[in-house]
Each structure stands twice: as structure tokens, then as C-alpha cells.
Design a protein. Structure first.
Ligand code: NAD
Length: 484
């Protein structure tokens, strides 16, 4: 049986074919044990009418090989085309986005020469679920969904990654001071999982100051684990400050399938000129080699690549007058890396990947006992634009509704309490959240909610949605209103 590992390869669009050819030539010269299943993705596939940019046969290839080395693609302009990356992530459950951001100073300009951090971003949940609704004339909603298993998987992945790659600290970033339930869950799970890794330091930063610190002193971070949207933003900040936008690789990892690529796009402006820098894709390929258990080859390539940078053999995008020795094209750059296979960098820190633990990381989700869930109220959302939007008028009207003790307790507008005893100055939109509970906050039935909605309708009010209020093992499962 061949010891070669089959992987799926896509040459992509724009500079994609040039950088893939260069990358594969380096992989082969370094002795990577690989076979390729080449698939077509991107612009041509989109234009054939396949809205995902990837044919069903190509999906099957990924299902079979489970490893995807992908060049950037061009998403055609105009509507109707789905992002290939988003489709691949969602279809194969690629829950972890891993982005190392490392400085290669002085060869790559950066104000932070010691930076060497990795961002591990949750890839499937959060606001990226794409559940959006227009609810009223004025208000649009985008749902942020955070799950316990989703959080645990990515957090465990971050700690396992730190262990495998000899990293010392994992920093969690959330906005749990504001989103106490959703972000609070992520932080709570982080604290639980961190206890299982006493050898790895852990801390937490609120995402706003955390992002500012990444921009101002990225050297102080090691591994950062965060939710989808924050991770999206902070990984670009980190790549920019380390100067690694053009050089960075990225991995999208799932339980079975993983996809490796460059951070940058298809650069149509320089396509076909033979001048593109293949380093981003090469760094993605290095991550892939570690992932599939060929760390020796990954190390050899990484060191030869750094030595090439040190020797001043630079493509145009990183060429610096006075520092670079020679400006080269894509193929010549790849040849320079190949010539240096077996050498190590002299001033940059040599790569060193763990050659013992080549087995895939073990990511599991803890079985959490189900809690007692009790329905103790309901938030009824209304569109209302009458009586000068006076909350007092709406409140008095809704006080007429009473479904077997289920009655109005408060009204908020954009989260701020406006009834009873609201502030006169609060600005009100046409979107009202009206909370109904029994005076004792006792358990209610779905039948009471149906009766309540009937009465609300009879009052001539337009309800746009409801949200049930639950307690879990007696703990409130919903936020209080601002000012409640
Ligand atoms: P881009 O990253 O392709 O290019 C931005 C600038 O960086 C350009 O000036 C380009 O010449 C330069 N550049 C990028 N990679 C380079 C390299 N390897 N060597 C030298 N210079 C390089 O971003 P863009 O112009 O905003 O996007 C172009 C296309 O790529 C769009 O269709 C976009 O949708 C797509 N895109 C794809 C991916 C992906 O497939 N993962 C990611 C981002 C953008």
C-alpha cells in the first residue's frame, strides 16, 4: 500500500494556479508524501451556474480525502453567488479557524518584531448563522446564537493546540460584560476547560480592550480563542500589525475535514505576471503537513522558507530597497526555497514541530446533565407607531390583557425600560418588547401565551414575535432590561 496521503487540491483563480504550482514544487522537493486529487473551484464553476462555486463531485473528493489545500478564488460580481469558503465551512462543520500571525522582522516590516500569536476563531455560530429578519418599518434583527457544545469544541481545540505546539498561554476574548448570557456562556466554558490544562496559563480580556492590546502590544499574546465575529476582526488586526497579510496561512478545521489556504485573495491585478508571492499558500501547506502527521517535512520547509527571507530573496510585494538582495518572481522564489531545504534560519527562530504527537488532536464535548426547564413568562414584541409613541399609552392598553394571571410587567424599547416609570428622554422606535409574567413569577402554560396573544390581537396591536422566558434549575435564562 502506498504511504502517500491523498489530498484534494484546487488551483483556484487569478494568481491561484501560479502559487499552487510553486507550493507543490516545494512540497515535492521536501519529500512530502502526498498524492493529489485535483478539483476545479471558483469563477468558472460559478459561471457554469453552480452557485456554491464547487461541484458535487468536488464535495465528494473532500469527503474522501478529508484534507483540502486550496488556492484563492475570485467570487464573480453580482448577486446569487454563495461564498465557497462559507459553504465549505458549514457543509463540513469546519468549526475552528486557525490563523498564526508571526513577525519576520527585519525582513518583513513590522513595529512588533517579537510577535508570534495564533488566533483560534469559532467558525460556525454567532452572528454568522445568518438568521436575520426585518421586523418593523424601522427595525432589523440579526440573531446571535452561541451553543455550549460549539463553545466547548473551539475552546478545547485552543488548549489542545497550545499543548501540541508548545504554546504557554491561552487568552479568551468576549464581551460578557454586556452579553452576559451568550458571551457569558463562552467565558464560563473557557474557565471550566482551562482547569483541565493547569500547565497552560489562561486569562480573559474584554474584546474591545483585547483588540486594542493586539494592535498595540501583540507580543504579549500567545493563543487567542474567541467567538466568530470578534475572531474575524481581530485576526485581520493581528495579521496587519505583524505585516503577515501577504504571508499568512490559515486553517479551517473540523472533526473530519480540514481546509488549508492563504489569507490573501486571488489578486487579479497581478494574475499571470509570475510575480505573486507563494508564501501565504506555502504557510497554509505547512500547517496541513503538521495536521496530517508529516511534521518533519513541515519543519524543513518552514526553515528553508525563513532562510530564503533572511537571504533577501524576495518577491516584489516584500522587496525592500537596501535590505533585499534580489527581486524574484514566483518560480524563482520557490526554487530558492528548494535550494535551502535542509538549512535553518540564522536570526529568525527556527521552526520546531512536535514529531512525537502526530495523532490528530482529541476534541470532545462533555455530556452535561439536562436541567429542569420551566416556562415563567413571555416577551411579546410589537410594532406600534401610535399616540406619539408614548410608552404610557401602550402600557395602559396592554394592562387590559390578562391571561389567567399572565400580565404586563414592563415594556422596553431597544432594551431600555420605558414602562412603567421610564425616562421621558428615552428615544423610542416602532419596536416594543412587552414582558408578561404572573405576579409571583410562577410557571405558566403555552395555552396562557396563546390566550394572551389573542387578547393582544383583539386590542388591535400587531405582534411580530414572541420569546419565551425560561428558568433552568431555578436560574433565570433571560436578561433583565436596562433599568429593570
Ligand atoms: P487580494 O488579497 O486578492 O489582493 C489585495 C492586494 O494584495 C492586491 O494588490 C494584490 O495584488 C496583493 N496580493 C495579494 N496576494 C498577493 C501575493 N500572494 N503576492 C503578491 N501580492 C499579493 O484581495 P482583493 O483584491 O480584495 O480580492 C481579489 C479577489 O479575491 C476577490 O474576488 C475576492 O472575493 C477574492 N478573495 C478570495 C479569498 C479566498 O479565496 N480565500 C480571500 C480573499 C479574497
Amino acid at each position: 500500500m502506498s504511504s502517500k496521503r491523498k489530498i484534494t487540491v484546487a488551483y483556484g483563480d487569478g494568481i491561484g494556479p501560479e502559487i499552487m504550482k510553486a507550493t507543490l514544487s516545494i512540497l515535492e522537493a521536501a519529500g512530502a508524501q502526498l498524492e493529489y486529487d485535483v478539483i476545479e473551484i471558483g469563477e468558472q464553476v460559478y459561471l457554469q451556474g453552480i452557485s456554491s462555486g464547487m461541484s458535487p463531485n468536488s464535495f465528494q473528493s473532500l469527503r474522501d480525502t478529508k484534507v483540502f489545500l486550496k488556492s484563492p478564488i475570485t467570487t464573480p460580481q453580482g448577486g446569487g453567488f454563495k461564498s465557497l469558503n462559507v459553504t465549505t465551512r458549514k457543509s463540513f462543520g469546519l468549526y475552528a479557524n486557525v490563523r498564526p500571525c508571526k513577525a519576520y522582522s527585519p525582513f518583513i516590516k513590522t513595529h512588533f518584531p517579537k510577535t508570534d500569536l495564533v488566533i483560534i476563531r469559532e467558525n460556525e455560530e454567532d452572528l454568522y448563522a445568518g438568521i436575520e429578519h426585518r421586523q418593523t418599518q424601522e427595525v432589523y434583527q440579526s440573531l446571535k446564537l452561541i451553543s455550549r457544545p460549539g463553545s466547548e469544541k473551539i475552546i478545547r481545540y485552543a488548549f489542545e493546540y497550545a499543548k501540541k505546539y508548545g504554546r504557554k498561554k491561552v487568552t479568551c476574548m468576549t464581551k460578557d460584560n454586556i452579553m452576559k448570557l451568550a458571551d457569558g456562556l463562552f467565558r464560563k466554558v473557557f474557565n471550566e476547560v482551562a482547569k483541565e490544562y493547569p500547565e497552560i496559563e489562561n486569562d480573559h480580556k474584554i474584546i474591545d480592550i483585547g483588540t486594542a492590546l493586539v494592535a498595540d502590544r501583540p507580543e504579549s499574546f500567545d493563543v487567542i480563542v474567541t467567538l466568530n465575529l470578534y475572531g474575524d476582526i481581530i485576526s485581520d488586526v493581528a495579521a496587519e500589525v505583524t505585516g503577515s497579510v501577504g504571508l499568512g496561512g490559515s486553517a479551517n478545521v473540523g472533526e473530519e475535514v480540514a481546509m488549508f489556504e492563504a489569507i490573501h485573495g486571488s489578486a487579479p491585478d497581478i494574475s499571470g505576471l509570475g510575480i505573486a508571492n507563494p508564501s501565504g499558500l506555502l504557510n497554509g501547506a505547512i500547517m496541513m503537513l503538521v495536521h496530517i502527521g508529516q511534521p518533519e517535512v513541515a519543519e524543513k520547509i518552514s526553515n528553508a522558507w525563513m532562510k530564503t527571507l533572511e537571504d533577501g530573496i524576495h518577491t516584489g510585494d516584500i522587496y525592500q530597497e537596501g535590505l533585499s538582495a534580489k527581486k524574484v518572481g514566483t518560480e524563482e522564489f520557490a526554487q530558492a526555497v528548494i535550494e535551502r531545504l535542509g538549512q535553518v534560519p540564522s536570526s529568525l527562530t527556527a521552526a520546531s514541530f512536535d514529531k512525537e504527537s502526530t495523532a490528530p488532536m482529541k476534541i470532545f464535548v462533555t455530556d452535561v446533565p439536562k436541567q429542569k426547564k420551566e416556562l415563567i413568562g413571555v416577551d411579546v414584541f410589537l410594532e406600534w407607531d401610535e399616540a406619539g409613541r408614548d410608552p404610557q399609552v401602550l402600557g395602559e392598553k396592554l394592562r387590559q390583557a390578562n391571561a389567567d394571571g399572565l400580565q404586563l410587567t414592563l415594556i422596553t424599547n431597544r432594551g431600555i425600560k420605558v414602562f412603567p416609570d421610564g425616562m421621558r428622554e428615552s428615544f423610542c422606535t416602532d419596536h416594543w418588547r412587552c414582558r408578561f409574567q404572573t405576579p409571583e413569577q410562577s410557571t405558566i402554560s403555552h395555552g396562557q401565551i396563546r390566550e394572551l396573544l389573542k387578547q393582544v390581537e383583539e386590542l388591535g396591536l400587531d405582534f411580530i414575535k414572541t420569546e419565551n422566558l425560561y428558568s433552568f434549575d431555578g436560574v433565570r435564562g433571560y436578561s433583565l432590561a436596562q433599568g429593570e
